[in-house]
Design a protein around this ligand. Structure first.
Ligand code: PMV
Length: 322
């Protein structure tokens, strides 16, 4: 019986945006994230000689070849490491609230790295697991760890992995404002590629990252939520600014995203510590005190539906389920 492995999603406070090496997924910059308890993926892998091809069953549905290709990078690496040739059957369940529209690649690929390596009989260190998750999806490298994690960009497969930074056992949380907009997304993969190749703002983004990262690490170690929020919000705005300079230009923001950002600014005027961050989609995530989560939810329910508001606390790293 193969075991089930669980990985939680993470949200970057210092964003990863752009690859140095597309094939190996080596990033242009270090990034820093917080792993969260609210969203996670459970995965089990079986290597079976009777199978003629790899298959992925996600939430009960068999996935097409395109979805399979991301996970095959990870499977192939596990087969190489373990000297296996058999094909694999992957069963995965995403625990993301219905219609949340949140990308699950971070938790999904991290859970796969854990489940596939254990099914193959490999006993990998966290560092090895982080590298394995990275070749499936960059942000997944950070979901191996609970709390705050930093993905060290490195320069090749062996030097690019995440490390734990702080267990986040203090008064920090995140409130998600889910924007239900049917707008067609530019994937993070395509979005960052286009930005790196064509946006004149990309260099400005890249040049300001060392300062953001060291200020963020200081703020985390000081447990200074105001600083964490301020740095994260500005970092996210800088990242999103690069997309407007791309050719053709694009943005992940919708009118609803702007409304959510305004709502966060309004919370600040009321005296709350509340700052936003956004990723490759229209949803807005609020960095706040964990002890303020209910009050903020109540305040925001004047503007947004209850089903649009999801509170999250710091979550654990990759682990086996019994
Ligand atoms: O690893 P990917 O392809 O899911 O890209 C993640 C990109 C951002 O979410 C925008 C930033 C980040 O660091 O997670």
């Amino acid at each position: 019986m193969n075991k089930w492995v669980r990985a939680h999603t993470n949200i970057a406070l210092i964003k990863y945006w752009g690859k140095e090496n597309e094939d190996l997924i080596i990033p242009k910059n270090n990034s820093l994230s917080l792993t969260l308890d609210a969203f996670y993926t459970d995965t089990s892998v079986t290597f079976d000689d009777a199978l003629t091809e790899d298959e992925l069953i996600l939430d009960g549905d068999k996935q097409d070849a395109r979805t399979l290709s991301k996970v095959q990078r990870v499977l192939d690496e596990v087969r190489t490491l373990a000297g296996l040739e058999s094909k694999a059957r992957i069963e995965s369940i995403n625990h993301v609230p219905t219609a949340a529209g949140l990308a699950s690649s971070a938790s999904g690929l991290a859970a796969l790295a854990g489940a596939a390596s254990q099914a193959a009989g490999l006993d990998l260190s966290d560092q090895e697991l982080s590298k394995l998750a990275r070749i499936g999806s960059g942000s997944a490298s950070r979901s191996i760890f609970g709390g705050f994690a930093e993905w060290i960009k490195g320069h090749d497969h062996d030097s690019s992995y995440a490390v734990p930074v702080d267990d986040a056992q203090w008064d920090i949380g995140m409130l998600f404002i889910i924007v239900n907009d049917a707008k067609k997304d530019v994937s993070s993969r395509d979005g960052m590629k286009r930005t790196v190749e064509t946006s004149p703002f990309y260099d400005g983004w890249l040049n300001s990252l060392d300062a953001d990262l060291s200020a963020m690490k200081q703020a985390v170690s000081d447990r200074d939520i105001e600083q964490v929020g301020q740095i994260a919000e500005r970092n996210a705005l800088k990242m999103h600014a690069t997309t407007l300079g791309a050719s053709p230009p694009f943005t992940y923001w919708t009118a609803e995203s702007m409304k959510a950002m305004d709502a966060v600014r309004a919370l600040r005027k009321l005296g709350y510590t509340a700052y936003f961050t956004m990723d490759a989609g229209p949803n807005v995530k609020i960095i706040c005190r964990q002890s303020d989560l209910s009050a903020l939810k109540q305040e925001l329910s004047k503007t947004f539906g209850d089903e649009q508001l999801i509170a999250a606390k710091p979550g654990p790293g990759l682990h086996l389920l019994n």
